[in-house]
Design a protein around this ligand. Structure first.
Ligand SMILES: [Zn+2]
Length: 265
């Protein structure tokens, strides 16, 4: 309502008139999330007819909208926002409308429909949230509970020619994950090309981790393996078991040649 009241006429009057409709739709959205049935939430004809005024809530940079965006950021633990929740690789500088604003203009400023994410993920997902078969294609950062099972893995290889260590990521289905959730995770990773994006960053990240470990040793630190295991644990606690950097740190800390790599770094 604070956003509405900053709008000019006739948008404001239109939003007042649509108030009951929006409330009903917010209720339907909350129920769909609670029941894990987001994919079944249908676009609403009356809302689409009012698309222009409903989307106007997001399109103009009003003070209440700025405050809403800030409140969404503030609601997350600080460190979480170091990475886009869709890819885990870069800062989330934009907001994704999980339910696309074209189909669901009534959720254009719903806090659970505004997911901080990076520009690359945002533009890749765009309005493309359902597959032709009516299944969701992307994980929702708040609504989807991903179980604590490992599905991102990495293989390390010592690169003789370049005298360095390389990392190749892959996605592997763990035991105990049901078909629907696996299909969603697999689709999320494929559509956003996440494994390729991790591979691209892998070598630089390996070099940075080794350099940090080297700094630790140079400062008189002991037990560099335990040091890196601890950092992996920390990363996992904040970003989840499948965050690519946590996976990478763990694999490095367990590699037989790890200590030699640190000394060579
Ligand atoms: Zn991203």
């Amino acid at each position: 309502m604070a956003i509405r009241d900053k709008k000019r006429e006739p948008t404001r009057t239109g939003l007042v008139a649509a108030h009951a409709l929006i409330e009903g739709r917010y209720e339907a959205f909350a129920q769909a999330i609670a029941q894990g049935a987001l994919a079944g939430l249908q676009s609403h004809a009356q809302a689409r007819q009012r698309s222009e005024i409903l989307r106007a809530c997001y399109d103009g940079a009003t003070q209440p909208l700025k405050e809403l965006k800030q409140a969404i950021r503030d609601a997350q633990p600080k460190r979480l926002l170091k990475y886009c929740p869709m890819c885990g690789t870069t800062l989330p500088g934009t907001f994704d409308h999980y339910m696309p604003a074209v189909r669901f203009p009534e959720f254009s400023v719903h806090p659970l429909n505004l997911v901080p994410c990076c520009a690359k993920c945002n533009s890749t997902k765009d309005a493309d949230w359902l597959s032709a078969a009516g299944k969701r294609q992307f994980l929702h950062a708040y609504a989807d509970q991903v179980p604590d099972l490992q599905f991102v893995t990495v293989t390390l290889h010592e690169d003789q020619a370049f005298d360095g260590v390389g990392a190749t990521f892959s996605l592997q289905r763990p035991a105990g994950l049901d078909d629907d959730l696996w299909e969603l995770i697999d689709s999320h990773f494929r559509r956003l090309k996440l494994i390729g994006r991790y591979d691209e960053r892998g070598n630089d990240e390996v070099a940075e981790i080794l350099s940090n470990c080297r700094t630790f040793l140079d400062a008189g630190g002991q037990k560099v393996r335990a040091f890196l295991s601890g950092r992996a644990e920390d990363q996992r606690t904040v970003y989840g078991r499948n965050h690519w950097i946590a996976v990478l740190m763990d694999a490095m800390a367990q590699h037989p040649n790890f200590v030699a790599w640190v000394h060579a770094a």
